[in-house]
Design a protein around this ligand. Structure first.
Ligand SMILES: [Mg+2]
Length: 183
């Protein structure tokens, strides 16, 4: 292998940690068929910018999607990096989900806590979130399938804003590999 090829494959290997299994625009666009095909029994879901916007609102479509998923006996569990419990508690109550906050994704402690509590095999768990470096990287490290959705809000806290250009670079590699040009 040439040196250039070697460094190229090192880059791909590094980027792979952040590649989602699937991508969708919104949570409510994730088809139930896909969940069934993958035998998903538990969905771990990020809250900020995935379920709710920056004012804590979620759409009617999202609520309907959650209801349908739960009717199919698939459990949905919020895993949030939020350090305040107030909003997580409110949203989880309204949508009828359990929650784990201060998760520090991509750290694994939250994922481990939930799998111990829910007793579901990793192959039947899916992580859904809007950030590559927390949600997707955490899910990949834990060894579960992942879905990246687009952030609901354009306006974000400064830390997320800083990370976005790096996400763009990785995503362009991801789509190139998948044979898609733009998304
Ligand atoms: Mg988020």
């Amino acid at each position: 292998m040439k040196n250039k090829d070697k460094s190229q494959s090192k880059i791909s290997l590094f980027f792979k940690k952040f590649y989602p299994t699937y991508t969708f625009d919104r949570v409510e666009n994730i088809p139930y068929e896909l969940l069934e095909e993958n035998n998903i029994k538990l969905i771990l879901i990020d809250m900020d910018n995935t379920l709710i916007d920056n004012k804590g609102r979620y759409s009617k479509e999202l609520k309907k999607w959650v209801k349908e998923v739960k009717a199919k006996k698939i459990k949905v569990y919020i895993i949030s990096n939020s350090i305040s419990e107030t909003m997580v508690k409110k949203v989880s109550k309204e949508l009828g989900m359990r929650y784990y906050y201060k998760a520090r994704k991509p750290a694994l402690k939250g994922y481990k806590y939930i799998i111990d509590e829910m007793k579901v095999d990793k192959e039947n768990i899916l992580m859904v979130g809007d950030q590559l470096f927390t949600d997707i990287c955490g899910g990949n490290r834990f060894g579960i399938k992942t879905i990246l959705v687009k952030p609901i809000n354009k306006k974000e806290i400064i830390l997320s804003k800083i990370k976005r250009p790096f996400e763009k670079i990785i995503l362009s590699h991801y789509y190139k590999k998948k044979g898609e040009t733009k998304k």
